[in-house]
Design a protein around this ligand. Structure first.
Ligand code: 4AD
Ligand code: MG
Length: 467
């Protein structure tokens, strides 16, 4: 049986005489005449295990000398009551083993504060810091909460493909997947300057990394009713902001026999569920974020959990913004997409809480959204939250064959690429809806971390794919 105990588990035990193992990485060492004190961490909690080691003989003394911040160490000993007020128990060590040393002159993570920019350059070591340990545990808890929420409701988890041959958002921001030699791309009819001959490519046609699992999730929703995907998505957007990644994770539920009202209700319930989950299960880490990263972040999550989301048609949102007399960097009028400053104004100043904006102009939204009778707007929704802006984007889908075909053509997409998507509207079509939640946006929101690059283990952004 695998029975290595985590430090978080040790810290909850009562003192007793049983000899136990404790393993981890040394955060600090404090040497005195007869004893040496260590703080050791293994990523299971923010709290370290305190270890006190008797300098019993020459061999222990020489091991102690070789141990410094960052070294990996294994102790055996017994848990005794701790005189300190921060923890119940500490380890009285009997033996010490230096597993791997970390030379002081080169180990980059010495005990001082490092900037997040610097830590991004050492993304292989940053999980050893308090902040990144806490982000990782909250990310883990949120992933678990996502699955519990949908599983409890009977949604089926679908693995949609990473490589696709259709552009879901129709925005052309895709990473191409090819095995063609870039320095000698085959051309149609062997003509110089002709079109690329994709029949010679691996899949026999252009293929890309997916920007969203939605279209394939719809296939399964139209057979299994309520489904969700949760996987990586890829966008070659050239936006160097604190909210954009080129590789990010998305949660996408899709429900058949469901219109936009059901979709909005699910989004609200879902956000409240995962926020409550983190508040109830990650207390220590949330206190850390509340104190050191974003003051008041816990209250703001509580506030969302206890609020009723405002529903606001886009046209009303524009009126609100025009009325505002605010000096926006990007002035808005009907037809424009909302910028982050507008989203924040609506959530922070006007409605003081989450706002679900619906019925956006068709021109600024994807082809698959259901067209309203006004022919000007579509059944879209974006859930906006204070501090961040858009956290969820979704819609009711166009389930009428003729209208969908018209929209595909209108947007300059090739209907042949969407033959199966159109087929779903020919056989047993039904109103259906869904949304996509940017998983890193949620982690940002929950932790208060300013930059999205610091809530994913290995960020991929424009000009950056290190590690
Ligand atoms: O609004 P988006 O583009 O919606 C879709 O992709 C739909 N197909 C979803 C659906 O209906 N099933 O993206 C959904 C969410 C956004 O609200 C945002 O939170 C996040 O994904 N997102 C990003 N997160 C990080 N980096 C990026 N570059 C992102 N682009 C979108
Ligand atoms: Mg969106």
């Amino acid at each position: 049986m695998f029975n290595s105990m985590r430090i978080s588990q040790l810290l909850h035990r009562d003192p007793d005489e049983e000899t136990i193992n404790a393993e981890g990485w040394i955060r600090t060492k404090r040497d005195s005449k007869n004893f040496c004190f260590f703080e050791m961490n293994d990523g299971s909690s923010l709290k370290n295990l305190q270890v006190i080691l008797d300098k019993q003989d020459a061999s222990v003394i020489s091991t102690i000398q070789a141990i410094s911040t960052g070294a990996s160490v294994r102790f055996t000993g017994i848990l005794v009551e701790s005189p300190g007020k921060n923890q119940k128990v500490e380890l009285q060590a009997k033996t010490v083993e230096l597993v791997g040393d970390a030379p002081v002159d080169t180990y980059p993570l010495q005990k001082k504060r490092h900037s997040f920019e610097f830590l991004r350059e050492i993304a292989h070591l940053r999980p050893r810091t308090n902040t990144f340990g806490a982000v990782t545990r909250v990310r883990n808890a949120l992933s678990y909460a996502v699955h519990s929420f949908f599983q409890e409701k009977g949604f089926l988890y679908i693995h949609t493909p990473i490589i696709t041959t259709s552009d879901c958002e129709g925005a052309g921001e895709m990473f191409q997947v090819t095995t063609l030699p870039l320095n000698q791309v085959p051309k149609e009819e062997g003509k110089e300057g002709g079109k690329v001959d994709f029949s010679k490519d691996f899949f026999g046609k252009p293929a890309n990394l997916t920007v969203s699992g939605q279209l394939e999730a719809e296939i399964y929703a139209l057979a299994l009713k309520n489904v969700y995907t949760f996987g990586p998505t890829f966008r070659a957007e050239n936006s160097n902001t604190s909210r954009h990644l080129s590789e990010f994770w998305m949660v996408e539920p899709e429900m058949a026999f469901c219109t936009l009202d059901g979709d909005m209700a699910l989004a609200e319930e879902f956000l409240k569920y995962i926020f409550s989950y983190v508040l109830n299960h990650c207390e220590e880490d949330m206190d850390f974020f509340n104190k050191w990263i974003q003051k008041g972040v816990k209250d703001s999550l509580e506030h969302v959990v206890n609020s009723k989301f405002t529903h606001l048609p886009y046209t009303e949102a524009i009126k609100e913004l025009e009325r505002s007399k605010q000096d926006f960097e990007f002035p808005v009028s009907w037809g424009d997409d909302l910028q982050s400053e507008h989203e924040r104004y609506l959530t922070e100043t006007v409605f003081k809480g989450p706002v679900t904006v619906t019925d956006y102009p068709r021109e600024i939204k994807a082809f698959y959204m259901r067209l309203n009778d006004d022919e000007k707007t579509v059944r879209a929704m974006d859930v906006l939250v204070p501090r961040l802006g858009e956290i969820i984007g979704g819609s009711e889908r166009e389930n009428r064959y003729d209208v969908l075909l018209r929209r595909i053509k209108e947007q300059g997409l090739n209907e042949k690429d969407y033959w199966w998507y159109l087929d779903l509207r020919r056989y047993g079509s039904v109103p259906h809806a869904g949304f996509g939640l940017g998983f890193e946006r949620v982690i940002q929101y929950v932790t208060g971390m300013q930059n999205i690059r610091d809530v994913i283990p290995f960020p991929r952004t424009v000009q950056n794919a290190e590690f």
